[in-house]
Design a protein. Structure first.
Length: 131
């Protein structure tokens, strides 16, 4: 029984998010997802997500490959979340390659390849060009 934990904003859910979550789920038996709060996003990206924290949580909860969802309040609390949820593997996209190696003392850390050519920022740009 392996418990996987991963983190993200998942704003305007797209195929890159789905592929990452499905591949993460396959590494174990139970996938736990930390969805970053609106406040955390403002500090991280200087932009409010299009969908609210509660809507993003609800959307991620509805996915077949996801077992448990919580709100990630702070980037500094990753170690606490790993321990609280008893995670065996931390999975992140490879845009974070090497950034979470400090948690190797708590669990395995795996970086998965991102899907090329799609991002929330790009989607916002594409949609606004169509208006
Ligand atoms: N992702 C992907 N391919 C893309 C876009 C995103 O595989 N084309 C992955 C990211 O690597 C990440 C997950 O989907 O693992 C969620 O992406 P974001 O919502 O952009 O998450 P981010 O804002 O990077 O938040 O604590 C860390 C942060 O909360 C991560």
């Amino acid at each position: 029984m392996k418990r996987i934990i991963t983190f993200g904003t998942y704003d305007l859910l797209h195929i890159g998010h789905i592929r990452l979550l499905e591949r993460a789920a396959k590494l174990g038996n139970h996938l736990i997802v930390g969805v970053s709060s609106d406040e955390l996003n403002m500090s991280k990206k200087d932009r409010a997500p299009v969908y609210s924290t509660q809507d993003r949580v609800e959307i991620i909860k509805a996915l077949k490959c996801v077992n448990e969802v919580f709100v990630e309040e702070s980037l500094e609390k990753k170690g606490e979340y790993i321990q609280k949820f008893n995670a065996d593997i931390l999975v992140m996209g490879d845009d974070w390659e090497g950034k979470f190696d400090e948690f190797k003392s708590l669990c395995d850390v795996v970086y998965l390849k991102r899907t090329d050519g799609i991002s929330t920022t790009q989607l916002i740009g594409d949609i606004s060009e169509r208006l």
